[in-house]
Design a binder for this molecule. Sequence first.
Ligand code: ARE
Ligand code: CA
Length: 445
Amino acid sequence: MVWSPHRPWWERYQPVSYKLISRSGSEQEFADMVERCNKVGVRIFVDAVINHMTGDSGIGVGIADSTFNTYEQSYPAVPYSIHDFNSKEKCGTQSGNIENYNNVNEVRNCRLVSLLDLDQSKSWVKDRIRDYLNHLIRLGVAGFRVDASKHMWPDELKAIVESLNDLPETHFGAGQRAFVFTEVIDMGGEPITKYEYTGIGRVTEFLYGMKLGEVFRRWNNQKLEYLQFFGESWGMLPSGYAWTFVDNHDNQRKHGGGGDMVLTFWEPRVYKMANAFMLAWPYGYTKVMSSYYWYPREDTDVGPPADSYGNTNTVPINDDGSCGGNWACEHRWRQIRNMVAFRNLVHGTAVENWWGRGDQIAFSRGRKGFLAINNDYSQTMSGEFYTGLPEGFYCDCISGDMLGSGDNAYCTGQTLSVNSMGRTHINIRSDSENPMIAIHVDYKL
Ligand code: ARE
Ligand code: CA
């Protein structure tokens, strides 16, 4: 546990053992959550920290009461000993830490911010990691985000992933494999690239959120209309390898790459627009961020809402479905939640009816969905637009929800009428709180 600063969020990234006990609860509680989620079709992916153990902080104890001693490099609860870590000789820097990201060996064999670096070329290490991940698979998790993948040799990581058991047949059917996505920050300019990891699974595409932030902020003369070919031609991975997100837990607090361009829940209006675009756009495998508010905002160490000891609080759900208790829960914001449904619905269709004028865009996904965004700072977006949709009345899923069913269905937001030509009249003011419209065939009244 880290007490200075007081139980920071990043404590989790310093394992002491592979016991499933954390500030969020016990193994039993975790298993119960996974089980309940699987039953309602929600899959759980674990953030797997397998590149390293704790920082070189001396002697300490983890949250599950396991001890460690970094002078001796020993973690008896796994157990790992000095033989399981990369030596200073193998690393080659004075400090034993990564000092130069242009040196590939350093990045992979030295310590990332002083975190004791496991040697995945050792079969003992590989096997301990495999057992840990298999344990999670047995409990029903569907896959892993592999933390700090850039800092592991791709072939060694691949060997670990390939050694994993199939997912349990009871929950996933026969022969299903864990869904793996690797965290590799590559925004160009370093010798290690995201392309080295595509043989393992999906790879983080950090350019995506950065570029999207730049466009929606209208920085560097960017305009929404330039998004027409947003994807590989912008220097990003082929769509089938990319794992995309507007922001993540690091860059929303300026850890990791991305800087000031990245959009976060602190700027909800433009954040909703960027997420709506991401979810409507057929590139990559999308992730929606879900966060907590922290104060003061400059303090990037503040942990999640917790009791005085540091145990994470339960998330209270308000009557309107939003979260209380300082949880931001972006995934529950109507504009974002409804666009997730949009994405699932239009899956497999192409972008059609593209229209772009400066910071105003509109497009359809085949004949199933239509999105219009007005990010202009003063002009209303108004006129007749091709939606690609069949004739009828549609409930805009940005301004409201469609409730009830059949003849009793009604829209809590604005209703749009699509004519027999597939055209609709839209009017989006530039100062609207949600300057967007999204309709799809599941929201046909
Ligand atoms: C903390 C303290 C450190 C201290 C250390 C050990 O902040 O001062 O030395 O503990 O005691 C998270 C936090 C870190 C935290 C760490 C361990 O962000 O602050 O350190 O947990 O508790 C690189 C990596 C990339 C990594 C980012 C943050 O390549 O993998 O740095 N991201 C993941 C997670 C993080 C997590 C870790 C890895 C560690 O998402 O949340 O760290 O498990 C360029 C390079 C990038 C580089 C980036 C930032 O863009 O291209 O490769 O990212 O700079 O340095
Ligand atoms: Ca390493």
